[in-house]
Design a protein around this ligand. Structure first.
Ligand SMILES: Cc1ncc(COP(=O)(O)O)c(C=O)c1O
Length: 489
């Protein structure tokens, strides 16, 4: 215990820094080893104890330990705790597996055998490579040097018009003048955050929420506060009191096929959210990136389509429905806000690459989108079904999930009396399967149950790999449960 307290004193973290606390802690452990203050065999305090000593959330410690375990910098011993494993190893590529020798039950897996359920990307085999190549060639042929010159900061005018027209099919009535083309949806969110928030302001969101908005909040020095959610998204009955308590300047919401939970907000909640936000005079930043990946029926209209008050700013893009690498997104906003976002965009990167904008425009007007989307939706649905079937077969009894009617994520709650997602993670890697640790998606206040969630992206694997990945996950869980026996350090 004395030694544990001494170890905690080695870590001085800066809570006001933009760098996340768990990352600072990872760095501090590595530096401690490099400087000789921490030696192989030194025991680290249990996560709860270290969190209390450092005055940070336990999740930050859990996440740091999980990453260091994964890298082989730390080692966990059943019932005894977490130790410095030895000399500092270089960070491991997540696709490279820790030695399987330590775990004979995992068999011998070559690194390429890793089944990654961890990412957020759509499946590569559905990216319309041939169609986009034709579009790039066509615009170079048609526009010559103009296709590779600077574009207007607000975007290539015909693409802005095509976006406005496309949005009409989702019920959003807007004009090309209100469309600002951005570097992916991520930049649309960041521009809106910069245009609407000052340092020290509060952003209200769901708990859990999209990691990218938490990154924006950290980097822009904005406080992100989470409101609990359930299978129907944000619990709107808690919204008024959260607004009263935290005085947010912006509400960020992904109402359809939410990342990470896959939830869809029903229309009545959408209306309640808008009414409460309007009454409090707080703008709502809507993230619509998964809206068109519905395969379980038509989702309710986007918030922007329901907005009678003029408070919704809509961020969206083509990453999830066409391809992520061209980085074409957009922000729909009006008036002074649109102007502010435009100025921020100009300062950030002058313009989104014109060739990509023109190629995306060519793709959209070629009529290829709807057939492509049908294929992607069908494939996602098949993979979702394979994931549900395999989850029922292989995940431990007591694990819970709901059936997402769209999107790419299965949000699984592990049995709460068992091991945590962070404990499972390094063992799952040894079994050749990865997932996203649920606790990563929570704001600083966290949630007592956050440690037990995992997010699985089922869209990236064909059905047989999904089945095999779930089998490995089930085996990893059984091994981890046997090892830790449910006693969480
Ligand atoms: C909810 C959500 N919003 C935005 C993005 C970023 O999208 P883009 O690639 O268009 O920047 C993602 C990507 O994972 C996402 O999941």
């Amino acid at each position: 215990m004395a030694r544990s307290a001494h170890i905690a004193a080695l870590f001085s973290l800066d809570k006001s820094a933009a760098e996340p606390l768990y990352r600072q802690l990872i760095r501090a452990v590595r530096e401690g080893i490099a400087e000789g203050a921490l030696r192989a065999g030194d025991k680290l305090p249990p996560s709860r104890e270290l969190a209390a000593q450092l005055g940070i959330s336990r999740m930050s410690v859990v996440n740091a330990y999980a990453e260091l375990l994964n890298e082989g910098v730390l080692a966990a011993s059943p019932g005894r705790g977490t130790f410095i494993a030895g000399s500092l190893s270089t960070p491991r590529d997540p696709s490279a597996l820790p030695s399987v020798a330590a775990n004979p039950s995992a068999g011998s897996l070559p690194p390429e055998a890793l089944i990654a359920f961890s990412g957020g990307a759509p499946a590569e085999e559905f990216l319309p490579v041939a169609a986009i190549r034709r579009s790039i060639e066509a615009v170079l042929e048609r526009d010559g040097a103009a296709a590779v010159a600077y574009e207007e900061t607000e975007g290539y005018p015909p693409l802005r018009a095509a976006v406005a027209e496309h949005l009409a099919s989702l019920g959003i009535r807007t004009t090309p003048e209100n469309v600002l083309i951005t570097g992916g949806c991520q930049q649309a969110l960041d521009l809106a955050a910069q245009a609407l928030l000052n340092e020290g302001d509060t952003l209200l969101t769901t708990n859990p929420t999209y990691l990218g908005i938490l990154d924006i909040a950290r980097i822009r020095r904005v406080r992100a506060v989470g409101v609990p959610m359930d299978e129907q998204g944000l619990r709107t009955e808690l919204l008024e009191s959260a607004i009263e308590a935290h005085r947010p300047r912006l509400i960020y919401i992904a109402p359809t096929h939410h990342n990470p939970t896959g939830s869809v907000m029903p229309i009545h909640r959408r209306r309640v959210l808008l009414r409460i936000a309007a009454a409090a005079d707080i703008p709502v930043l809507e993230d619509g990136v998964y809206h068109e990946l519905s395969y379980g029926g038509e989702p309710p209209p986007p918030l922007k389509a329901l907005d009678e008050y003029g408070i919704v700013v809509h961020a969206n893009g083509f990453s999830k429905i066409v391809l992520p690498g061209t980085r074409i997104g957009y922000l729909i906003a009006e008036g002074a806000l649109w102007e502010r976002a435009l100025r921020v965009k100009q300062a950030a990167d002058i313009c989104t690459p014109g060739l990509n904008q023109r190629a995306m425009h060519h793709f959209l007007i070629s009529g290829a989108l709807s057939g492509h989307l049908d294929r992607v939706r069908r494939a996602c649905q098949q993979r979702r079904d394979a994931a549900l079937k395999a989850a029922r077969r292989y995940l431990p009894s007591g694990a819970r999930w709901s059936e997402p009617p769209g999107g790419v994520y299965l949000w699984v709650a592990l049995p709460h009396a068992g091991i945590t997602a962070a404990q499972l993670y390094p063992i799952a890697l040894r079994h050749g399967v990865s997932f996203a640790i649920g606790a990563e998606f929570y704001t600083m206040e966290g949630d007592p149950n956050a440690a037990y969630f995992i997010r699985l992206n089922f869209a990236q694997q064909p059905s047989e790999r999904i089945e095999e990945g779930m089998r490995r996950l089930g085996a990893a869980w059984a091994e981890a449960q046997g090892r830790y026996g449910g006693s969480v350090g």
